[in-house]
Design a protein around this ligand. Structure first.
Ligand SMILES: [Zn+2]
Ligand SMILES: [Zn+2]
Length: 80
């Protein structure tokens, strides 16, 4: 059995809306992947969060196209 993130694997359509303008936030992908590509540009804040994430969770970054609001969401991985 393997723990996988349903969002990374397209099994879950997670809807979350912007707290500022109400637009639907777009999934920017798992933050761990994000860090691999962009780590030099991210704040310590996000790095620490990733270190603290439990194994069973996949942390995703959601972003609003309209106002650039960002929200991090922990998705529970499921056993397949
Ligand atoms: Zn994921
Ligand atoms: Zn917004």
């Amino acid at each position: 059995m393997e723990l996988i993130c349903p969002l990374c694997n397209g099994m879950l359509n997670y809807e979350i809306y912007c707290l500022r303008c109400g637009s639907r936030l777009k999934d920017q992908g798992a933050i761990v992947d994000y860090l691999d590509e962009y780590s030099p540009y991210l704040s310590n804040d996000i790095t620490q969060l990733v270190d603290g994430v439990e194994y069973e969770k996949c942390c995703h970054l959601f972003k609003c196209d309209r106002c650039d609001f960002e929200k991090r969401v922990e998705i529970n991985r499921v056993r397949m």
